[in-house]
Structures are given as structure tokens and as C-alpha cells.
Design a protein around this ligand. Structure first.
Ligand code: IVH
Length: 707
């Protein structure tokens, strides 16, 4: 078992001194991992717990407080970071597949979307999925002018100076299109990684956990001279903006990238059938250990670029590609404790505290336990999982990681269960505020009923509020929010916008606070002011309403356009018989679960008052309409019916939505246009009765031509 921490009350002075030293080391390393190396090695909760423990010991033994005490540090991101770059074309991520069946289903869904039969030829490429970090390189007239990390996909960091030091990357391309954005993966070889860690060790630095963290940490150095000494490599596998097409196929485009002087992966292969793809997957898997760099799966892409264009994208992933991941890595360790964390929506999440163990190159000390049923050994329907074995504190458990996801517990070895281990009693009270924790019928999760009086919920809501996809206020991250909350300076989002009035001058001032100065305080006030003007979709997302994530927030914003229209609609939708309710759940992508959650949040008095207070400080920017300049169907509600010949139903819908139309499944007085193919029935009759414009498929293509 790992060394158990002693209770603070039980520490002798000597123990305390050693413990403060240990905590200073761990927290310092964690800060570096988080801020400099982009590779957090502790969860936020664990970081906070250690910081609290440090503070408790310091307050018991004030004389032992170290000069480099972690409590003197604010974990803020360095202000002078990288400049931001907005990607002309978003950098996408990939859907994952875990077994052969997923690949066959993928092929089927591509065929269905394109309207191809099982006998129609459809080729794919298969290539290793490199475990590094993606980079977009912009060449203009053959010269590298910009390199940017993926960031959140829309906005990345400008790392041009660093990228120029990567010897794999040509500074000039020969015979390239005037503009070409090459995309690919930066990675580090195993041998180079071992060398780098040896050098780090010799210098007394902390070794990197794995080559990917080393590559990320090296690329994101503020000083390019450091990056220069780090042996980074690059494989090109994709592209963004282009002034002229590279080829007609994915495989042709990869050949072209190779001809331009870029490194492409030699294991890239064209496959004519799903069987070929799976065969190539096995071949790559066999070579995995001897490649000399980390890969975590195989990526398949539809070869024909015209098909890729038709397939297009879901919100963050292409429909024409999928990542077939290698099986997760496993390890056994002891489960030392089960802690309960309370999230933004009050969910009580059990977390396993493990004796640290290395799983696939990463040290794991926590794993999610999902919910009480999972611990008890049954699924949501009461069926046994793990053969019905429950999980107990003291158990010997099998841990696995699949890709980047949080580690999970796969199995329990009952032969090693200590005689004293007892079934875990899931709390029925919130451990943070003592309110009753209720499990509603049909919900796998038990939730704290304390709402805003629960400090854990309030803090999590605030953290969500300032997160990157929400208000993203520079200098106000999770750590600062926690500090401000625990001091009572900020208890709800609206308080952020009155911070300057309350603490900008006077007796108690931000600039006089530990960790803050005149400049940083002013910067924070400026950063807050800058976010008073906020896009509608960000505001909706920031409210942290259950089931309302980024995608849903965007759909809502685009449908309603303005904050007032949105609020009016949500209020009116409280009546489930109303048109407002129908039109809310009529939005494509929004169902009754989302709608109910939204409507009931807005109807809760305290929560609503808090939202209203927030909005009174803001200048909400109306939603950006989809880019539909010149689209003849923007804002129109279109219904497709009958059989379509030139495109599949899914394709028709996606195309219409890209052009700013709303696609509905049924005809009503709100319908603007019916596209009717052969065999159209009652919908066409109804449209005729209502006097709605009706066109056929060719008419549709004529209408949208050129748009
Ligand atoms: S294609 C629009 N190909 O995996 C297509 N991605 O999990 C974008 N990756 O963000 C990606 N090897 O960083 C592609 N051969 C490969 C890849 C690859 C690694 C990374 C990439 C992407 C992530 C998605």
C-alpha cells in the first residue's frame, strides 16, 4: 500500500517539517506540469486537497512555513503566453471505434449517407494514429509563415518560432499552392524521449511522464531556444485552407504532401474493403512495439475527396474518418479509499483513490467509479456487471485507460479481498453541504438537493462559468475562483462583474491581496470588462444548465437570435401545451430532456434571479447567424418528403442546414418550403392545403446552386 498520510493533528514538529517539504515538492511539480508543460499530473481535486493540507499544517506550525511555501503561489497561467490564432478552417477531432464491428458500422453509415449500395466500390486509407499533438502549418508562396496548435479547434496558439526549429519541417516548399495549411502530428521518438529525460534528470528537472507530454511541453516553450534542443518530429496527414486542391483522393493528397517535402507516415495504405482495413489494422498493431514512436490506433479516411466533401462534419468530427483505437492498457492496484465529489449540477460522483500504478506510461492514482450501481456491480437496468462483483475499499482492482479518458476500474480480484472489507455505503447526504442527496427514478446519479446553498455546486458552477468555452476571462481560472469564493468575494457569476466596484479601491483591495499587485489587479478588471460584451451562445453555455453543453447552446442561440427572444421562449415553453414548447423541441438536436432541464432551471426562482442579476451587467451580442450570405434558404423552414435521387435524406438535411435553413420533419403553418420527391403523400397534400411552396428535387438543386 502507498504511504498513508497522517492526520494533521497527529503530526509531530519533525513530521510536519518533512510533510511541508513533501507538499512543496509535489505542488511545485504539479504547477510546472500544469502551467509550463501542459500536462497536469494531478486532478484539480487532488491539487486542492494537498494545498488545503499544506495550509492546515502551516496554521498549526506557523514557524515551519517555508520560504517557498505553496500557499504563497497563485496558480495563474503566465500572462505573457502565446498569441492566439483563429484557424481559417477548424481543426477537427476524430470519433473513436473500439472493435471490428464499429468499423463495419462506420462503413455502413458512410454508404448510407452517400446512398451507396454494399456492392458500390468505396475505398479508404488506413494509417497509424500518432500519439502526439496536432499542429497546423501555413505556407504562403512556399514559405512557412505560421504554425498554430489545435487549441479548442477554433483558436490555437501561435508557435511559429518554435515550429521553425523542428528539423522535420521544411521552411520552404517546392511547387506548392500559393496558400497551403499542412496539418499533422508533432511527436517524439522513444530514443529521443529517453535521452531528454536523462538530461532532465541530470539537471535535477522532473522527467516527463511519456513522449506525448514531452512533445507538448517542448512545443509550448515560450523560449524557442529550448524547443530547439528538443528533438521533435512531425508527420503530415491532413490539411486546412488551400488555394488549389492537392489531389482527388486522400491517398493522392498524401503523396502530394510527400512530394512537397513533408514527412508522411510510411504505413499509410489504401484499402478497398472493410476487411482490408481490419487486416491493415492488425499489421500496424503487430509493429506497434518496434516503430520507435507511440501510436494509439489506426485512422481510416474515405479516400475520395469528393465523397469527403459530401460527407462533411458533425460539430467536432468528420463523418468521413474514424479512429480505431488499440485496446486499453491494464494494471492491478489497491483501492485505498472512495471519495465523493459534488459537481456543478449536484451529481455525487464517486472517485477511487488508488495506490499509484503505471498504466500505459502514465501514473494513475484516481479512477472514476461512475455511480452507486456501478460500485454495487450492476448496470442501470439492474443487470450484473463484473459478474455482479461489487467494489470495496481495500480491494485489489484492475485499472484501465482508453486513450485520454479518465481511468476506470474494470475488475476486482475477490481472492485478495481483505476479510474486513465491507460493502460501500453510498451517502444519502451531500458530503459538502449536508443536504439530502436524492436519486430520481430513472436517473443513475444521486444529486445534492442543496442547489446554490451547496458550496461545491456553487464553486463548480463558477468554474464552469469562467471556463474556456464560456466566459474565458483571462487571469480568472478555476484556482482564482475558488479563492475568491472561499473568501466570500464572489458567490455567483454576477459578482464577478461587480468585483471592481467592491474591491477596486477602498480598504480591502484586490491589489493588496496576497498574490496580486497593482498591475495584475488592473489586468483582471480589464479582462472582466472586456467580457461584458458576450456572444449569446457563450452566455447560454456558461449558465451550466444540465444537458446544455456547447453544441446545444449554439443551437439555441442560432434559433432564437437574441437573449430576450430566448428568455421569452423558454418562459413560454413552461406550458407543455404551448407552441413555444413545440418549437423548442422542434429545434433539430434538442429533445424533451434538454428542454425540460432548461425550462425548469429558468423557472426556479433563486436560480432565475441569479441569471437576471448576471445579465444586467452584460451586453449580450446577438447570435452569429450561420454563414449563409447569398443563401436563398437562410432562415427558412424546409421539409423534405418522398424519395430523393440525387442525395440521401441525411445529406439533404445537412446541406440545407449549412445554408442556414431549418429542416423539419413535419409540415405546419411555419413551413416555408416543401421539397417533394416521387411518392410524396400526406405531407404534400397538407402543404398544398396550407398554400406552402412546393418544389421537386431538381428544383431544390436549381435553387441552391452556387449558394
Ligand atoms: S486526421 C479532420 N490522422 O488524433 C481530420 N488525426 O483524436 C483530423 N491524429 O486531433 C485528424 N494521428 O491530433 C488524423 N493519422 C492521423 C492522426 C490524427 C493522430 C490526432 C489528431 C486529432 C486526434 C483526434
Amino acid at each position: 500500500m502507498a504511504q498513508q498520510e497522517m492526520a494533521v493533528e497527529a503530526l509531530s514538529e519533525d513530521d510536519a517539517r518533512k510533510e511541508l517539504e513533501r507538499l512543496a515538492l509535489i505542488l511545485d511539480a504539479a504547477n510546472t506540469a500544469y502551467h509550463r508543460d501542459d500536462a497536469p499530473d494531478l486532478t484539480d481535486a487532488e491539487y486542492d486537497r494537498l494545498k488545503r493540507r499544506n495550509a492546515e499544517i502551516e496554521s498549526r506550525f506557523p514557524g515551519l512555513k517555508r520560504d517557498d511555501s505553496p500557499s504563497e503561489r497563485v496558480g495563474a497561467t503566465p500572462a505573457e503566453g502565446f498569441a492566439k490564432v483563429r484557424h481559417e478552417i477548424r481543426m477537427m477531432s476524430l470519433n473513436n471505434a473500439f472493435d471490428d464491428q464499429d468499423i463495419l458500422s462506420f462503413d455502413q453509415s458512410v454508404r448510407r449517407y452517400l446512398g451507396l449500395s454494399d456492392d458500390d466500390p468505396l475505398a479508404y486509407t488506413a494509417e497509424p494514429k500518432i500519439d502526439g499533438l496536432s499542429l497546423s502549418l501555413r505556407y504562403e508562396n512556399g514559405t512557412l509563415v505560421q504554425a498554430a496548435t489545435r487549441g479548442d479547434g477554433a483558436v490555437g496558439e501561435n508557435v511559429t518560432a518554435n515550429a521553425r526549429t523542428i528539423t522535420d519541417l521544411p521552411i520552404e516548399l517546392k511547387n506548392a499552392p500559393d496558400v497551403i495549411e499542412v496539418r499533422g502530428e508533432v511527436y517524439m521518438n522513444h530514443a529521443d524521449f529517453a535521452d531528454l529525460n536523462a538530461r532532465q534528470g541530470a539537471r535535477g528537472g522532473k522527467p516527463f511522464a511519456n513522449p506525448r507530454n514531452a512533445a507538448a511541453g517542448s512545443l509550448r516553450q515560450l523560449d524557442p531556444n529550448i524547443t530547439k534542443d528538443r528533438p521533435l518530429k512531425f508527420f503530415a496527414y491532413s490539411w486546412g485552407a488551400l488555394s488549389a486542391p492537392l489531389a482527388e483522393t486522400q491517398s493522392g493528397a498524401i503523396d502530394r504532401l510527400t512530394a512537397l517535402g513533408l514527412q508522411t507516415n510510411p504505413l499509410t495504405q489504401r484499402c478497398d474493403t472493410p476487411e482490408d482495413m481490419l487486416f491493415h489494422y492488425r499489421k500496424i498493431e503487430e509493429q506497434r512495439a518496434t516503430l520507435g514512436y507511440d501510436i494509439d490506433g489506426v485512422v481510416y479516411k474515405v479516400d475520395d475527396l469528393a465523397y469527403q466533401a459530401r460527407l462533411g462534419f458533425r460539430s467536432t468530427t468528420p463523418r468521413w474518418a474514424i479512429a480505431h483505437k488499440f485496446p486499453a492498457e491494464l494494471a492491478w492496484t489497491w483501492l485505498e479509499a472512495i471519495d465523493i465529489q459534488v459537481g456543478r449540477t449536484g451529481a455525487l460522483s464517486p472517485v477511487a483513490r488508488l495506490t499509484p500504478v503505471t498504466v500505459g506510461g502514465v501514473v494513475v492514482s484516481n479512477a472514476t467509479l461512475h455511480n452507486e450501481d456501478y460500485i454495487a456491480g450492476r448496470d442501470a437496468n439492474g443487470a450484473p456487471i463484473r459478474d455482479g462483483k461489487d467494489i470495496r475499499v481495500g480491494d485489489w482492482v484492475q485499472v484501465y485507460r482508453a486513450g485520454d479518458v479518465i481511468p476506470k476500474i474494470a475488475d476486482v480480484d475477490l481472492s485478495k479481498r481483505p476479510a474486513s472489507a465491507t460493502p460501500y455505503a453510498f451517502p444519502h447526504e451531500c458530503p459538502e453541504c449536508g443536504s439530502e442527496a436524492i436519486r430520481e427514478a430513472g436517473d443513475a446519479v444521486r444529486r445534492c438537493s442543496g442547489g446554490l446553498i451547496c458550496p461545491a455546486q456553487a464553486v463548480e458552477k463558477l468554474k464552469h462559468f469562467v471556463s474556456r468555452a464560456a466566459f474565458d476571462i483571462e487571469g480568472l481560472g478555476a484556482k482564482q475562483v475558488e479563492q475568491f469564493y472561499s473568501d466570500g468575494w464572489i458567490t455567483e457569476p454576477a459578482d464577478i462583474f461587480t468585483l471592481k466596484d467592491r474591491y477596486g479601491s477602498g480598504v480591502k483591495q484586490l491589489r493588496n491581496r496576497e498574490g496580486w499587485g497593482e498591475k495584475s489587479a488592473q489586468n483582471l478588471f480589464d479582462a472582466i470588462d472586456e467580457k461584458r460584451g458576450i456572444p449569446l451562445e457563450r452566455l447560454i453555455f456558461s449558465l451550466g444548465i444540465r444537458h446544455v453543453g456547447e453544441v446545444v447552446a449554439k443551437l439555441l442561440a442560432r434559433s432564437y437570435g437574441t437573449w430576450d427572444a430566448f428568455v421569452t421562449a423558454v418562459d413560454a415553453a413552461h406550458d407543455p401545451e404551448s407552441d413555444a414548447w413545440d418549437s423548442l423541441i422542434g429545434i433539430d438536436g434538442i429533445g424533451s430532456v434538454v428542454a425540460t432541464s432548461l425550462v425548469s432551471s429558468f423557472a426556479q426562482e433563486a436560480e432565475r434571479a441569479s441569471i437576471d442579476r448576471l445579465v444586467s451587467h452584460l451586453d449580450v451580442q446577438d447570435a452569429e447567424r450561420p454563414q449563409t450570405d447569398g443563401s436563398p434558404v437562410a432562415g427558412k423552414t424546409v421539409v423534405f418528403t418522398g424519395s430523393l435521387e440525387r442525395m440521401t435524406r441525411a445529406e439533404a438535411k445537412a446541406r440545407a442546414e449549412r445554408l442556414g435553413a431549418k429542416v423539419s420533419g413535419s409540415v405546419s403553418s411555419r413551413t416555408d418550403l416543401l421539397v417533394a420527391g416521387p411518392g410524396a403523400g400526406s405531407k404534400e397534400t397538407k402543404a398544398r392545403d396550407l398554400g406552402i411552396e412546393i418544389i421537386d428535387e431538381d428544383g431544390w438543386f436549381d435553387l441552391i446552386e452556387g449558394a
